[in-house]
Design a protein around this ligand. Structure first.
Ligand code: HXC
Ligand code: NAP
Length: 284
């Protein structure tokens, strides 16, 4: 049982980049359950094939194609093939990403490019390829970009990702205006920590790192992929038709805690507050 009617996304054709693993896969499964027709891509053929076979049990047959979003020629072929297979595309989900933690001064230019090319250029290429077709053919559609909370705030130690995701957020907001006259809607989701194999192996590689991550979240837990996929389903549905150019944060309040200068005072006990009250009223 979920919050939606079973036919919320009936026969909508959705292309999800990176749809075979992690959050992309959770989104894919939710969309299938709600009646969508799905195409997924990624670089690893065998991972895509296994995921597509598995997921096809949930609804329509899942179409998959290996594609490196860093290569515009591969992106062009992917979009052509998906359109040929289903007849059209209604929704593009830009979910594919690359990331890892590192002090910035340790990065080579190739390491910077590895992340920027997937996240910023890859998202731009798919957006262009699908958007041009929609505009040429007079088709309306929705683009959903998966960013991060630090797309807005920036973050040390994941700087290529922060810069690239900020670029994707700017793309979302810019096209929300420019392509609205064509009936093309832009939305984004900024997830906080959701444990996936891809993210955790590169960003939270030990239990200590994971605990630190959880400690930063006011709700004291990580996200459940189902919470994110429900949000994604709503955002691409016709019920969200008036949301355009916005980014919805789903992070248990994490970025707000990180942003406020005095947020660390969450650790002060009741007794300590009693003492502090005396100290801070001294001047009165
Ligand atoms: C420093 C690194 C590195 C690391 C790679 N490099 N990993 N440098 N620290 N951990 C350097 C390499 O040494 C090389 O530079 C250059 O980057 C390219 O490395 P390749 O391994 O050849 O790159 P490639 O095969 O293209 O792989 C791309 C990748 C990889 C981004 C490096 O991690 C990947 O495929 N990721 C995809 C999945 C992913 O990242 N998922 C997590 C998304 S989570 P030199 O100079 O040596 O040649 C997310 C938000 C999370 O985005 C927010 C959490 C709260
Ligand atoms: P993930 O499982 O590693 O997902 C990344 C996906 O992108 C993989 O399926 C990967 O497949 C694909 N991909 C990577 N490079 C690609 C390329 N060049 N071309 C095509 N596909 C490529 O990690 P995830 O946690 O689910 O992340 C999904 C999205 O959520 C990302 O946008 C990430 O930034 C965002 N996010 C995640 C979290 C979190 O806590 N998990 C938090 C904030 C934001 P291949 O390797 O087979 O190509």
């Amino acid at each position: 049982m979920g919050p939606f009617a079973k036919d919320l996304l009936q026969d909508k054709v959705v292309l999800i980049t990176g749809g075979a693993t992690g959050l992309g896969r959770a989104i894919a499964e939710k969309f299938l359950e709600l009646g969508a027709k799905l195409a997924i891509c990624g670089r690893r053929e065998e991972v895509l094939k296994a995921a597509a076979e598995d997921m096809s049990k949930l609804g329509h047959q899942v179409y998959y194609k290996s594609c490196d979003v860093r290569d515009p020629a591969q992106v062009q072929q992917l979009v052509k093939d998906v359109e040929f297979h289903f007849g059209n595309i209604d929704v593009l989900v830009n979910n594919a990403a690359g990331n890892f933690i590192s002090p910035t001064e340790r990065l080579s230019h190739r390491a910077v490019d590895a992340v920027l090319n997937i996240v910023l250029h890859g998202t731009f290429y798919t957006t262009l390829e699908v958007g041009k077709r929609w505009i040429d053919q007079g088709i309306t559609g929705t683009m959903l970009n998966i960013v991060t909370t630090y797309a807005s705030t920036g973050s040390g130690f994941v700087v290529p990702s922060a810069a690239a995701k900020a670029g994707v957020l700017a793309l979302t907001r810019s096209l929300a205006v420019e392509w609205a006259p064509y009936g093309i809607r832009q939305v984004a989701i900024a997830p906080g920590p959701f444990p996936t194999e891809g993210a955790w192996s590169r960003l939270s590689p030990t239990p200590e790192f994971e605990q630190k991550m959880i400690n930063r979240v006011p709700l004291s837990r990580v996200g459940d992929p189902e919470e994110l996929s429900n949000l994604a389903a709503y955002l691409i549905s016709d019920y969200a038709g008036y949301i355009n150019g916005d980014v919805i944060t789903i992070d248990g309040g994490e970025w707000l805690k990180g942003a406020g200068q005095f947020n660390e005072l969450l650790d002060v006990s009741d007794e300590q507050w009693d003492d502090l009250a005396k100290l801070t009223r001294k001047g009165k």
